[in-house]
Ligand binder design. Structure first.
Ligand code: NDP
Length: 298
């Protein structure tokens, strides 16, 4: 009999991740808050649609969640149709949300009382990495538990790293996201300056991408999304703002002076307010363009 995996949260990244599981021989059960999305998913993927989180968890050895924040995952535990009402003793909850370590530890403690293991396992690599099954997965939890769920994670992950105890995956992810945000803002400021000073930004990027200032942001995000003016919506700015809040909080908790992270958090919070909940993270550049009165790549 094959192992049953429950996947809860078929959003921009969750859906392409879950899609790989049946091909790896797992029985897949899905649940999504908006049921229509789960039904659409199951039209093209061999999966059973569960009516509630409790029902999704009932036969599952591994339950994967991928929701906006840890708080939504925590809220899914309770209620007559919540995860705790259905989950089996000996099962593992793998939370692929880019979460916060304090909430993850709280969730892990509540699950432990029920004989259920927990791993925080945020991912990196974007929608494309999810579609290709090449995500990086950063795990926090007991070594034995992480090793047990590795075959499941490898359905959508290429690099699966055990970062430490519960919460360690969330913390590594938050720092990665702070770096991403800082790269976006710094590249935007630099290119806006060059554009306003009469330098062709395509030429400038060619130079930067062959020089020491290059990054994934300058090499991929700016050519594909900003200079092209495509700005595809793959990862919401609202979620990057959430990631920055986590990064800023863990730096403060650790007593590390972190002016860049704190400022990036303020800048992206303001960008989210200006651009709204549906804007993509790279669209933060539009704020720089507006305030500097120049379009990068125009
Ligand atoms: P989306 O906004 O596209 O999807 C969010 C998902 O969570 C949807 O399935 C939504 O259901 C569900 N949801 C929202 N609120 C609730 C709630 N209160 N209760 C239950 N379900 C809820 O987000 P993403 O898929 O982009 O992101 C998910 C996580 O993955 C986030 O933590 C994000 O930071 C992280 N991530 C995203 C990446 C990306 O490229 N998009 C890359 C790496 C990490 P519904 O359909 O009903 O709205």
């Amino acid at each position: 009999m094959s192992t049953t995996i429950a996947f809860l949260g078929l959003g921009a990244i969750g859906a392409p991740m879950a899609r790989h599981l049946p091909a790896r021989g797992f029985d897949l059960v899905v649940w999504n808050r908006t049921a229509q999305r789960a039904e659409e998913f199951a039209r093209t993927v061999r999966a059973r649609v569960a009516p509630t989180p409790a029902d999704a968890a009932r036969d599952a050895a591994v339950i994967i969640t991928c929701l906006p924040t840890s708080l939504e995952v925590e809220a899914l535990l309770d209620g007559y149709d919540g995860l705790l009402a259905g989950v089996r003793r000996g099962a593992t909850l793998v939370d692929c949300t880019s979460g916060d370590p304090a909430t993850s530890r709280r969730i892990a403690a509540r699950l432990r009382e029920r004989g259920v293991d927990f791993v925080d396992a945020p991912v990196s690599g974007g929608k494309r990495g999810a579609e290709d099954g090449t995500l990086t997965v950063m795990c926090g939890g007991d070594t034995a538990v992480v090793d047990r769920v590795r075959p499941v994670l490898s359905a959508f992950g290429k690099i699966i790293v055990h970062c430490g105890d519960v919460g360690a995956g969330d913390m590594v992810k938050a720092v990665n996201q702070a770096l991403l945000a800082i790269h976006i803002w710094a590249t935007g400021e630099g290119l806006a300056t060059l554009a306003k000073s009469g330098v062709d930004t395509r030429v400038a990027l060619e130079v930067i991408n062959a020089s020491s200032g290059r990054s994934n942001t300058s090499m991929n995000l700016f050519p594909e999304r900003v200079l092209s003016r495509a700005f595809p919506r793959t990862f919401r700015l609202a979620l990057l703002d959430k990631d920055l809040r986590i990064a800023a909080q863990i730096a403060r908790d650790a007593g590390v002076a972190s002016p860049l992270t704190q400022l990036a958090s303020e800048l992206f919070r303001a960008a989210r307010i200006e651009l709204g909940e549906d804007a993509d993270h790279v669209e933060a550049v539009r704020v720089i363009e507006r305030t500097s009165g120049v379009e990068i790549g125009a």
